[in-house]
Design a protein around this ligand. Structure first.
Ligand code: NAD
Length: 430
């Protein structure tokens, strides 16, 4: 398929490009990277592919990652001792924030206040109300914020959105979304670099405002396993699913959420669930069934099914498939219990004839993505275009606030064992 051009997409989907107030930076956009961990090294490679940008500086709480980032920029990136030094440097135009989640709000707000545009990895927040503080800071400073759930900038999700918006699926009342894994690495038990020690790891910088804890390399390198720094499956994986669902369905938030979280297998390594099931009811008239287990990936990992009265869209990393509903009435098992002459008469009637009429089955249609350019590069292209034009980003503070808030509601429901509700007026948990 012809890829939906970003301009068309922005015009049709994300609303009118709002003009922000600040002047555009010089042609070359200087990027400061706050944290250059696993994800940020991917961000770095994506940014390197985009003309007119430069990785000007990096910092990280583990020296090995700084070393690797500098190597990736062929020695050009300047090493900063801390994120505060990056923010204080007037030659840096934009920053990326890719630390553990408990740091996001503080770094994002400080960066905006320092006059930088910000690309922050998902989840935007560690707790619901942090999103409101961030939105206020965006408004106050006139700077731009884009959140890093990159999938929406890729062709697959845009295609499914197009199918839904055109009415091709009919009335969509149910969505299934899952993220399943069955490995230690998939369960966040990452290898710890052999040179990690108090000499190479800045433990206090990692902790920030989190609860005090003695030096612990497992916490540092496997922070997703601990509530002190992460919301586990909900904030790591479901936040992507929610971002996509909101994008595809033009939805803001579920009105209510019910969830159950359980730790069945990986008890020794974490205090967050390894199995999470959630139901989210949206006011537009659809319900989402969201689930994740770290104990089986028989269904192939991650994906969505958007189920409509006229067809379903299956969406995965590699592509999307539209499968039309081949609806057919069949009352044969009812009329076979009638007197024979009434059964025969039924099949002479219009309704009966229609049941027996031969019809060609409607065929599924596959869309196998735009392939060559990954969604992260496309997401950054969108971001830098917004920065240059001082235009609204494709995944702004509210999109980030809402997707992360879904994850926080899910965790709250699971830990309290109750339905939880969203207040649309205050944009907070009710
Ligand atoms: N969009 C995606 O598909 C995607 C994929 C993976 C991770 N992520 C997100 O990216 C973020 C980082 O995840 P990761 O997998 O790279 O984790 P990571 O542990 O590999 O990297 C985090 C880095 O932050 C550094 N850090 C911690 N505190 C710091 C501080 N005060 N100053 C400077 N550096 C500090 C750590 O040293 C570490 O290198 C998370 O928010 C995660 O949810 C997004």
């Amino acid at each position: 398929m012809a890829q939906v051009s970003r301009r068309v997409f922005l015009g049709a989907g994300a609303g009118v490009l709002a003009q922000a107030q600040s002047a555009p930076p010089s042609d070359r956009i200087a990027v400061g990277m706050i944290a250059v961990g696993s994800r940020a090294q991917e961000l770095l490679e994506a940014i390197r592919k985009i003309p007119g940008t430069e990785i000007a500086g990096v910092c990280d709480a583990y020296s090995g990652r700084v070393e690797r980032a500098v190597e990736r920029t062929a020695g050009r990136a300047k090493v900063f001792a801390s994120y505060k030094d990056i923010l204080a440097d007037p030659s840096i135009d934009v920053v990326t924030v890719a630390t553990p989640d408990h740091w996001h709000k503080r770094m994002v707000i400080e960066a905006l206040e320092a006059g930088k545009d910000v690309y922050c990895e998902k989840p935007l927040t560690y707790a619901v109300d942090e999103g409101l503080e961030i939105a206020k800071a965006v408004k106050r400073t006139g700077k731009l914020l884009q959140v890093g759930s990159q999938g929406m900038s890729g062709g697959n999700q845009q295609k499914v959105r197009e199918w839904v918006r055109s009415g091709r699926l009919g009335q969509v009342t149910m969505i299934r979304a899952s993220y399943n894994r069955n490995s230690a690495s998939g369960s966040w038990l990452y290898p710890i670099p052999p040179d990690a020690s108090p000499k190479t790891v800045d433990w206090e910088a990692f902790l920030g405002s989190a609860a005090a804890h003695e030096f612990d390399l497992e916490r540092f390198f496997r922070w997703r396993c601990y509530r002190d720094y992460s919301g586990g499956i909900a904030t790591d994986l479901f936040v992507h699913l929610c971002t996509t669902i909101h994008f595809v369905m033009d939805a803001v938030m579920p009105a209510e959420v019910a969830a159950m979280g359980d730790l069945y297998r990986w008890q020794a390594s974490r205090d967050v669930p390894d199995t999470l099931n959630a139901v989210l009811r949206y006011p537009q008239g659809f319900t989402v069934n969201m689930s994740s287990t770290f104990n089986n990936r028989g269904d192939g990992g991650a994906g969505f099914q958007f189920l409509g009265t006229e067809g379903s869209a299956t969406l995965g990393f590699r592509g999307a498939v539209f499968t039309p509903e081949n609806m057919r009435e069949n009352n044969s098992w009812i009329v076979q219990a009638w007197p024979s002459q009434l059964e025969e008469a039924y099949y002479r009637s219009a309704a009966g004839k229609a049941e027996r009429a031969k019809r060609a089955a409607k065929k599924p249609e596959e869309f196998m993505g735009d392939g060559k350019t990954g969604a992260t590069v496309l997401h950054f292209e969108n971001f830098f275009e917004s920065v240059r034009k001082r235009a609204k980003t494709v995944q702004d503070e509210w999109a980030g606030h809402h997707a992360a808030s879904c994850a926080h509601l899910i965790n709250d429901s699971a830990s309290r064992g109750e339905f939880v509700k969203w207040d649309f007026d205050s944009r907070r948990q009710a």
